[in-house]
Write a protein that binds this ligand. Sequence first.
Ligand code: PMT
Length: 220
Amino acid sequence: RVAADLAGRHVVVSAGGTREPLDPVRFLGNRSSGKQGYALARTAVARGARVTLVAANTELPDPAGADVVRVTTAHQMREAVLKAAADADAVVMAAAVADFRPAHYAEGKIKKKDGEEPAPLELVRNPDILAELSADRPHPGQVVAGFAAETDDVLANGRAKLARKECDLLVVNEVGERKAFGSEENEAVILGADGEETPVPYGPKEALADVVWDRVARRL
Ligand code: PMT
């Protein structure tokens, strides 16, 4: 497929999973490999777009032709995505961003003390990048899309999330220990703020990525 329907467009894609440090050796993280976001970046390059890929903690080869910005935490991802989004026609958030981070960072490795119970882990909220992107668009025509990773009541939760985050498109995928995270395949339903719902059957992550770009391109 070589439709150049994204030629002349700048798109921003986020991929991977953020890590929120507890101390110099530990973090809170998630199972995202970045494969879905990288597939979005590769397919957007193939369709002619200028692509900025904001990648969190991935071990995948840089997609040829994309500008790759590497980040670790949700805060760093927010900064990099907002900067790249300033002149972007579309932003697709495929990254798994931590909703919470440890309230305190220990400068030295946290030690276990003999006979003492572990201290409870205090968490604070991270910024919601997708909601912020949707609310503060640099120009009204910018298309903002997110992914929703759900384990139960997948569609109902996805629809509620679309309304809450006020993005244009939300790609709802069911996730589990071996589902979506890390695998080569995915299946999803793409929800539109206009009420349109597009089911995408189980198949390569590139195939889902192409349907996402079809939906994005129609809104540009
Ligand atoms: O990377 P892979 O191994 O290929 O796996 C792909 C995937 C399962 C990670 C991907 O398909 C996916 O579902 N990505 C979104 C994961 C996620 O964080 O979902 P969520 O339902 O928690 O968040 C909803 C949306 O809000 C996402 O677009 C997320 O990027 C965004 N978000 C979430 C929290 C936050 N603080 N800021 C955000 O912008």
